[in-house]
Design a protein. Structure first.
Length: 156
């Protein structure tokens, strides 16, 4: 990443196929399961469902999608980093942007089998607030919450 500049940009549908490719590969590596939806239905979900409900930002290096995050002021719906670009700060950069734009409190879910994600979120200040969320993968989930240390105590 030192030779190439990473750019964070709002999602554009011209990146749909690259984003879904990266998302599916990253998720499969993280949970050890193939994606249950077809590629086309995954693209449709990205462009017509996720895009309407959440802000989506992409991390690009040389016009290549290397990360994505879908969020609003209180929740992170998706955060995936390209398997060849994990561990170099892309997730941290995306998460810092979302934290800065948040209400001061964010929740998210990750799969219990995804120990790398658990370590990452806990290092970023997220704490476990629940377990067992149902999902279509039929895997145990962990719900995390981050609360800004700058929130007044009356809000906590």
């Amino acid at each position: 990443m030192n030779q190439h500049k990473m750019i964070i940009t709002q999602y554009n549908p011209k990146y749909a196929e690259q984003t879904v490719d990266m998302w599916r590969d990253s998720k499969e590596q993280a949970i050890g399961q193939k994606e249950i939806h077809s590629f086309d239905s995954h693209v449709y979900f990205l462009n017509h469902i996720l895009y309407e409900q959440f802000q989506i930002d992409l991390a690009l290096i040389d016009e290549k999608v290397v990360g994505m995050i879908a969020y609003n002021e209180r929740e992170i719906s998706q955060l995936y980093i390209h398997i060849d670009y994990q561990g170099i700060g892309i997730g941290h950069t995306l998460l810092d942007k979302v934290k800065a734009q948040s209400s001061g409190r964010l929740t998210l879910y990750t799969f219990e089998v995804n120990e790398n994600a658990q370590r990452f979120y806990e290092k970023q200040g997220f704490e476990i607030i629940g377990r067992g969320h149902e999902n279509e993968e039929n895997l145990a989930d962990i719900q995390y919450e981050w609360i800004s240390k700058y929130l007044p105590s009356s809000i906590n």
